[in-house]
Write a protein that binds this ligand. Structure first.
Ligand SMILES: C[S@@+](CC[C@H](N)C(=O)[O-])C[C@H]1O[C@@H](n2cnc3c(N)ncnc32)[C@H](O)[C@@H]1O
Length: 230
């Protein structure tokens, strides 16, 4: 299995190394994504496609309980390791599972997150419906992405090398609307102009953005966070 295939479904030793590297490399975009989420101390959260588990760790410091799910056993193992202390206290639980058939009851979570993973989901509309099934009424779905569409060099190259689809905000908004989500807000980070573009209710606003965590791709792609309500 090659380096690129390991991003879609990490496997074996190389998968483990890449997951650890993603925990580091995705930090700037993930912390920016998380700025758009209001986590309360009694929230029960699910992180889908949890990878190396670092975002579970970040959210568990604020929430009541965080679950992780990933269809790669390597991701499940490392997420448990990274969150060892929380797992031993019952505050974090990580399960093997596919987003198309989540191993949870209906209406269980206040928040479901998906960082850097929807590119790989096989039937995205069905997957968004499955996420909605496990959200409580009024629950929040957050999508975090390192890119808004594939019209930039890093994503053009990635799409050639891996079986992935780099959606833009309009496509993702449409999939969410088709599943009956409401109050959809899109946040795009325009790092070149140090601005954040906020789209909601048909309105577009530009606000100053002084966020200064830097990533390798920082100036090349537009980061995206989408927040939607069940
Ligand atoms: C690029 S990694 C991102 C990991 C982590 N969320 C992060 O931001 O670093 C994508 C992860 O999504 C998982 N994944 C992809 N498709 C999935 C699916 N259909 N169901 C569950 N997990 C999936 C992969 O196994 C991998 O761990």
């Amino acid at each position: 299995m090659g380096i690129f295939e390991n991003m879609r479904k990490p496997k074996g030793k190389l998968g483990n190394i890449q997951l650890k590297s993603m925990n580091k490399e995705h930090t700037p975009v993930a912390l920016w994504n998380l700025m758009h989420l209001d986590i309360k101390s009694d929230d029960i959260i699910l992180d889908v496609g949890c990878g190396g588990g670092i975002n579970i760790n970040r959210m568990a410091s604020k929430a009541k309980k965080v679950y992780g799910v990933d269809y790669s056993i390597e991701s499940v193992k490392l997420s448990r390791e990274v969150n060892e202390e929380y797992v031993s206290k019952g505050k974090v639980e990580v399960l093997e599972g596919n987003v198309l058939s989540l191993p949870f009851d209906d209406d269980k979570f206040d928040i479901v997150t998906a960082f850097e993973t929807v590119y790989f989901w096989p039937d995205i509309e069905k997957a968004f419906g499955e996420v909605k099934r496990v959200l409580k009424p009024g629950g929040i779905f957050l999508i975090g992405m390192e890119s808004n569409g594939s019209d930039n060099l890093p994503m053009k190259i990635s799409q050639k090398l891996i079986d992935m689809t780099v959606y833009n905000d309009e496509e993702l908004t449409q999939f969410l609307e088709n599943n009956g989500y409401g109050e959809i807000t899109v946040y795009l980070r325009d790092a070149k102009n140090k601005e954040e573009i906020v789209k909601s209710n048909g309105e577009v606003k530009r606000i100053a953005d002084d966020y200064n965590h830097r990533a390798f791709t920082d100036k090349l792609v537009e980061w995206m966070t989408i927040v939607a309500k069940k």
